[in-house]
Design a protein around this ligand. Structure first.
Ligand SMILES: C[S@@+](CC[C@H](N)C(=O)[O-])C[C@H]1O[C@@H](n2cnc3c(N)ncnc32)[C@H](O)[C@@H]1O
Length: 342
């Protein structure tokens, strides 16, 4: 059972009790009360799962191999973060399955294509930094990283091309009454070169995943799926020609991403990390392993690839690409590449 199933079961049980025991017959699945119940069930499910994570770690842990791990304490040798041994090792698993509840102005932020859950960014930031350290996001959107840094009690500096996205972040901060982290409006290719060398403790970012794709995975056969696919998978963030999603083809995208990668390597402090979230693509009947290509290009410009985490946010919609003729993937995961500057 995963968090989504636990959440659904909890929601259904509470709604049943409300209906049957209290006679609240009018609760529909879309009612306001039902929404609140579902939101709280989501939070409760997260809590249950973080407890289970600890227990599962203890259960699966090999006592002999892990005898020196300080399971419930932060090791005095830990120079990277403030996690206990169990939390540290749990994070190093290469697959991450989540169903975070919507928080911190999600209703505002959801108009930003590709917005990231602040809790995901918080998890990354809490592993790769200590409180008070500085995080950079050069493709900051509506502030998933900045909000994650806020949750983790770290500071962040953010670069974003689209003023509309920055405006959403500012509205969220006002609505939630939280301090605004610094946002610099502009093209990161122009702003990064004027930043000082060896400045940031961690870089967390999700750039546009590809140039805007004109063809879709569903081909021309079904216009409904054609439209749905364009809506969710291949996003254009703005009409600004400097937007990476406006680049003319994948090769230009990989070249420009490498250019940014060189500057990111310069502005990060030595021995620190970068987490970059990418999504592979499927176009013209071919799979394009964007994350592997970026991993390769970044290795060539001096980054050391340390690993990847496959992130699966449960609840992604499934569409009948290829059915019933050929295998076409429903790409429900994103790849978090972990690099280090050494
Ligand atoms: C996947 S979105 C980031 C979403 C963000 N993580 C969030 O939670 O809202 C990528 C962002 O990169 C921005 N972008 C594209 N090209 C850029 C450039 N050359 N310089 C700076 N930002 C750029 C887009 O405007 C878009 O907001």
């Amino acid at each position: 059972m995963d968090t989504t199933e636990v959440k659904e079961r909890l929601t259904q049980s509470v709604l049943t009790v409300l209906k049957e025991e209290f006679g609240l017959e009018k609760i529909g699945s879309n009612g306001k009360l039902a929404d609140s119940v579902s939101e709280y069930a989501g939070r409760l499910a997260e809590l249950i799962f973080s407890e289970l994570a600890q227990k599962e770690f203890e259960f699966f842990s090999d006592p002999e191999a892990n005898k020196d791990v300080k399971v419930h304490e932060v090791s005095s040798d830990n120079k990277l973060n403030e996690l206990t041994g169990a939390q540290w090792l749990w994070f190093t698993k290469s697959v991450l399955r989540t169903s975070y509840p919507s928080i911190l102005g999600h209703d505002l932020r959801k108009s930003q294509g590709g917005n990231k859950p602040p809790q995901l960014m918080q998890e990354l930031i809490e592993f790769f930094t200590k409180p008070g350290e500085f995080v950079l996001d050069p493709f900051a959107g509506a502030g998933g990283t900045a909000l994650g840094a806020f949750l983790a009690n770290r500071d962040s500096i953010n670069i974003e091309l689209n003023p509309a996205s920055i405006n959403i972040y500012h509205q969220v901060c006002e609505q939630e009454d939280i301090r605004k982290h610094e946002f610099i409006e502009g093209d990161c290719r122009e702003i990064l070169p004027i930043m000082k060398t060896d400045t940031f403790d961690f870089i967390a970012t999700d750039p546009p995943y590809s140039p805007e794709l004109t063809q879709t995975m569903s081909g021309q056969a079904n216009q409904t799926y054609l439209r749905q696919n364009r809506k969710s998978s291949y996003i254009t963030y703005s009409e600004d020609p400097r937007d990476f999603s406006k680049l003319e083809d994948f090769e230009s995208y990989f070249e420009e991403m490498s250019e940014v990668g060189r500057e990111l390597l310069r502005v990060l402090k030595p021995n620190r990390y970068m987490a970059m979230i990418l999504r592979d693509a499927y176009q013209n009947s071919r799979y394009i392993p964007t994350s592997s290509i970026i991993a390769d290009r970044y290795s060539k410009i001096g980054w050391i690839l340390k690993g990847e985490k496959i992130w699966y946010a449960t609840g992604s919609r499934i569409r009948p690409y290829g059915y019933p003729n050929a295998f076409v993937p429903n790409i429900v995961h994103q790849v978090i590449l972990i690099f280090r500057k050494e």
